[in-house]
Design a protein around this ligand. Structure first.
Ligand SMILES: [Ca+2]
Ligand SMILES: [Ca+2]
Length: 565
């Protein structure tokens, strides 16, 4: 039987356009419209993002009707043969985690049916290829000594009776709220240890495993993005700079600067200067030509990188089907003559293989979906994939830095990811849900600053992750001290600023958003709208369209300017 490689494009496009209906082929799926409509609310997304947990799906429940039966086996066979290309949850079809949907997967489920059917649904993390919600249980893997949330959603526990228990493994349960438990992983747990848990309701049993991850995948800093120069030491003034400047200008203003004030100063002076150019090679033509009209605010001296185009780094680490993607951001940025470095974890996503026990109703009462040997082989392949993806992200960052060092009018970074807390001086990380790929904010922002400093007119950063206020704090600090640190806000020192006229950072969360605080959001719309405005205005100055007060955290300054030359 011809194997069907899973493809991500259709699901990703559906999500990007704000439509989560993957156009299921309802003819033979046998599910009601009501079930199709059961999706994930924005409150639930925010809650899950804050706790960095994912809404698990039931392995093998391809039509997402809450049970494993002959219809799921049939759908897997149709997927494998190519007779069908879409199902409500294609991710659930790869029962043995080898990246392929084929007869082996169908045979595994059939074996369960031959043993009287499954006695508990096996839950696994989501990916991009589901369009329907399978459960009300959200959790994640963890590290030794970690506290892993198990979050119940909708009415689970509150009006629908459910009990959670640890079946085995180095973890103990602690209930925090009716719908939130913590699994405390023992500090001496070994990498690869598994904590098996069960949720029992009146109708169903669910089993899932929290795996103990290798702590080295959680970045704490010291990342080499390849080839960057020695970065400025903490507190040391840049060559030729003085302490002077004008403290209190506007560094650290959280509100008050918006498109209106910016536009009033110099809107129109450089409109069309490099529209239609290749976004990088017209510096010689344009340099200096708009010094005159800009006269007042620029003191007669224009930004040295005027007309040198735009370079944008876009990082999308969100693979859960119900989470926002960056959508058409790359197209929009290209539409305003930006060159782009785009790292998208979904482009080549490989799910971590899981050895799971499929419990059945009749003797021999179940079986594993793969042997220990098969798991070891699959894990080795997966680790290679993970390393390769991390290298791709690091390369995208390094290329962006190199382009900025080569001088651009505007440098832009967009991070769509999960995020972890800062811990002075560290700024936490942006990461995918399972820590497959990640970047520490402090080292990343410091390295990008190293490329941008005095090499751009404007530097703009957007972070949509939880705790992304840390990106704003680090951005603020590096632009005023030369060193990215997430501690107290720094004193103002304009001569450390990266851009000649403008440095802005916006984030969807505050610096200390916590699990109990639902203000962290994954909302790209304002940033996307700002970029769209910039494009329709025929002007590559995207920075002036960012309305700071709409974001939970923001920082803006007016650059180092002629005063620090
Ligand atoms: Ca089913
Ligand atoms: Ca398979």
């Amino acid at each position: 039987m011809k194997p069907t490689r899973l493809t991500l494009a259709a699901a990703a496009l559906a999500i990007a356009s704000g439509c989560s209906c993957g156009r299921p082929e309802t003819d033979s799926l046998g599910t009601s419209q009501e079930e199709v409509q059961v999706q994930v609310s924005s409150e639930e997304k925010v809650r899950m993002a804050a706790l960095q947990v994912s809404l698990y799906q039931a392995l093998g429940d391809v039509n997402v009707d809450g049970r494993i039966d002959a219809r799921d086996v049939q759908l897997i066979r149709e997927l494998a043969s190519g007779r069908r290309t879409t199902v409500p949850c294609a991710d659930a079809a790869d029962v043995n985690f080898d990246g392929v949907v084929n007869e082996q997967d169908a045979a595994l489920l059939q074996a369960a049916l031959d043993q009287g059917g499954v006695s508990a649904l096996v839950l696994v993390p989501p990916r991009r290829q589901c369009t329907r919600r399978g459960t009300d249980i959200a959790t994640r893997d963890g590290f030794a000594g970690d506290h892993v949330p198990v979050l119940f959603l909708r009415n689970l526990v509150t009006s629908r009776e459910a009990t959670l228990s640890v079946l085995s493994g180095p973890g103990t349960l602690r209930q925090a709220e009716p719908q939130l438990h913590w699994v405390d992983i023992r500090p001496d747990a070994a990498i690869g240890d598994r904590i098996d848990l069960e949720v029992a309701t009146r109708q169903q049993r669910y089993r899932f495993t929290i795996e103990v991850l290798d702590p080295s995948i959680r970045p704490v800093g010291v990342i080499d993005f390849g080839g960057e120069e020695q970065l400025q030491g903490a507190g040391a003034p840049p060559e030729g700079a003085t302490d002077g400047g004008s403290p209190g200008m506007d560094a650290g203003h959280e509100v008050g600067m918006d498109a209106g004030t910016d536009a009033g100063i110099d809107a129109g002076t450089d409109v069309g200067m490099d529209a239609g150019s290749d976004g990088g090679r017209d510096g010689g033509v344009d340099a200096g030509t708009d010094g005159g009209p800009d006269g007042g605010p620029d003191g007669g001296t224009d930004c040295p990188q005027r007309g040198k185009g735009c370079d944008a780094l876009i990082v999308d680490l969100m693979y859960e089907w119900y989470m926002f993607s960056v959508g058409d951001m790359e197209t929009r940025l290209r539409g305003i003559q930006c060159t782009t470095e785009f790292y998208d974890i979904n482009a080549n996503f490989k799910e971590k293989p899981r050895r799971v026990f499929i419990a059945t109703n009749r003797p021999p009462a179940g079986f594993w979906n793969m042997t220990e040997g098969e798991l070891a082989t699959a894990l080795a392949i997966w680790q290679t994939w993970r390393g390769g993806e991390q290298a791709k992200l690091d390369r995208a960052i390094a290329t962006h830095i190199a382009h900025l060092r080569d001088e651009r009018e505007i440098g832009i970074e967009v991070f769509n990811a999960h995020g972890s807390e800062g811990n002075c001086p560290a700024c936490g990380s942006v990461t995918s849900a399972g820590w497959e790929v990640s970047a520490p904010r402090r080292d990343t922002i410091q390295a990008i600053y190293g490329g941008a400093r005095r090499h751009v007119c404007a530097w703009l950063l957007f972070d949509s992750s939880c705790f992304s206020g840390n990106s704003v704090r680090g951005f603020n600090t590096v632009n005023n001290t030369g060193a990215c640190r997430c501690c107290e806000p720094p004193a103002v020192n304009p001569c450390f600023r990266a851009g000649f006229e403008d440095d802005k950072a916006v984030a969807s969360s505050r610096i200390s958003d916590e699990a109990s605080n639902l203000t962290c959001k994954f909302d790209l719309s304002r940033f996307k709208d700002a970029i769209e405005e910039a494009r329709t205005a025929g002007n590559n100055r995207v920075d002036r369209f960012i309305k700071l007060r709409k974001f939970a955290s923001s920082y803006a300054d007016d650059g180092y300017g002629p005063r620090c030359r």
